[in-house]
Design a protein around this ligand. Structure first.
Ligand code: SF4
Ligand code: SF4
Length: 117
């Protein structure tokens, strides 16, 4: 088949088996921030995010990636958050996003430290 170039590439197929994936970090986050489970992915947090005005930071995306147990690069991404708390104020489901972000940072850092031991 001819290799057509349209200026974009098709993503490598990805699949996540949530039955076999290691969900320890997700469980840890749910235990630390129970309101995390109430998210309905509306995007209000991203729309009002202070960091989003200056960077490509997307808290809703991070939230979804953590839920899907895709942790690559999240630690670095989370450093863009200024912990201002605006997202928590606007969330219609009462998700404590500020606490969620701080706990995500801690869980990811602890996991990295354990892996390096
Ligand atoms: S505002 Fe709340 S419910 Fe909406 S995507 Fe953000 S965390 Fe989820
Ligand atoms: S706490 Fe972080 S994620 Fe929430 S609005 Fe502020 S900068 Fe954005």
């Amino acid at each position: 088949m001819r290799n057509l170039k349209f200026g974009f590439a098709i993503s490598t197929p990805r699949s996540i088996n949530l039955d076999t994936a290691d969900d320890r970090m997700l469980k840890e986050l749910k235990a630390a921030v129970p309101s995390f489970k109430r998210c309905m992915n509306c995007g209000a947090c991203s729309a009002t995010c202070s960091a989003r005005q200056f960077t490509d930071y997307n808290i809703r995306r991070i939230h979804s990636l953590f839920r899907q147990q895709q942790y690559q690069d999240l630690e670095k991404e989370l450093q863009k958050c200024m912990l201002c708390g605006k997202c928590t104020l606007v969330c219609p489901r009462g998700v404590n996003l500020r606490s969620m972000i701080m706990n995500m940072r801690k869980i990811l850092t602890d996991s990295k430290r354990k892996n390096n031991e």
